[in-house]
Design a protein around this ligand. Structure first.
Ligand code: ADP
Ligand code: MG
Length: 322
């Protein structure tokens, strides 16, 4: 199978989007932006063995390659529209390509995103880059930099589940029901696009949690030139994570584990009711986990007392908790 056949067979699909004037197959894609909207560009790369384990199926890899980019678009409060795909492959394995394309188009289709071009190359290991273009109402993009002292800090969903799921995926316990639900949170991240879009005008700053809640919340605070206090007792630990990991380890996963693709955001304290209403409407927990303060750095409290949080590094089941 040569490169052109591969592109035609796996990555060329009819587009339902009338704003894609020229898609896959020409030297470049021709796209018609919605008049007057601001454009948002994101790109994320997955490297085999680094960003996903070899145990992950091709369909899950394809799904994740799109989902992690959708998550960045969500964190900007934007709407996703078009994507390009740069794919480096060790070999053209038809079964792998069919699975990968299925997962990729599934994630894209869930949000009306069209694949409009890409590049396919040969290399020593699989590397997948997806570039996504989105748009947002003028001036309404949600950034990291406008949190203010007195704001509350929130997180969506159940942080820690995906990081625990990734470890379970690589171990023998992956088939128990609780473990399976955690593994699914790693395999199929749900980009919080509707949440991001509805936070515009409500949140003061937002970031998507890809590298661990503690670190990513810290990035939001630093970008806003403020500090924060995170209440460990308020972390929305899932029942499954508590069952599999126990409370102390579950908190470590929630604070330090990556791959959540939830949104962490700040909002004025008087927005609490609106945020509760939004959580109910979306059927998604939006939990107040702390506050924004003047100064710098993110400190932690538990039961009212300060605690020092040290990132435990990679956590493994079966080792003593730190
Ligand atoms: P060129 O040499 O002009 O850059 P290519 O031969 O690399 O063109 O690609 C041919 C067409 O296929 C282009 O429209 C390109 O965007 C598209 N394409 C290449 N690889 C992929 C891919 N993995 N997914 C989607 N489209 C792709
Ligand atoms: Mg060309």
């Amino acid at each position: 199978m040569d490169e052109f056949e591969l592109i035609r067979k796996y990555f060329t699909r009819a587009s339902a989007d009338p704003d894609v004037l020229v898609g896959v197959g020409d030297d470049g894609a021709v796209l018609r932006p919605a008049p007057g909207r601001d454009q948002v560009q994101v790109i994320d790369t997955l490297v085999e063995g680094i960003h996903y384990p070899r145990e992950l199926s091709a369909a899950d890899i394809g799904y994740r390659a799109v989902a992690v980019n959708l998550s960045d678009i969500a964190a900007m409060g934007a709407r996703p529209r078009w994507m390009t795909l740069a794919l480096t492959l060790r070999a053209a394995d038809p079964a792998w390509l069919a699975g990968f394309a299925e997962g990729l188009f599934e994630a894209a289709g869930e949000h009306g995103v069209t694949l409009v071009g890409g590049d396919t190359t040969h290399g020593p290991r699989t590397v997948i880059s997806v570039n996504l273009t989105g748009d947002v109402e003028p001036g309404r993009a949600l950034t990291r930099s406008r949190a203010r002292p007195g704001d509350r800090l929130f997180v969506s969903g159940h942080p820690g589940d995906a990081a625990a799921g990734l470890e379970l995926l690589q171990g023998p316990a992956a088939r128990q029901p609780d473990a399976e639900r955690l593994v699914d949170r790693f395999r199929r991240p749900a980009a919080r696009l509707e949440l991001g879009a509805r936070l515009a005008g409500l949140a003061t700053a937002a970031i998507d949690v890809s590298d661990g809640l503690y670190g990513d919340a810290g990035k939001l605070l630093a970008a806003s030139s403020v500090g924060g206090r995170l209440d460990i007792g308020r972390l929305p630990l899932s029942r499954e994570l508590l069952a599999v990991a126990g409370r102390s380890r579950a908190s470590d996963y929630a604070l330090g584990g990556g791959d959540d693709y939830e949104l962490c955001f700040s909002a004025p304290a008087d927005a609490a009711e609106q945020i509760a209403a939004l959580a109910a409407k979306l059927g998604l927990p939006l939990t107040d986990i702390g506050e924004v303060v003047a100064g710098a750095g993110l400190s932690c409290v538990e039961n009212g007392a300060p605690v020092e949080y040290r990132h435990a590094g990679y956590l493994h089941f079966g080792e003593p908790s730190t």
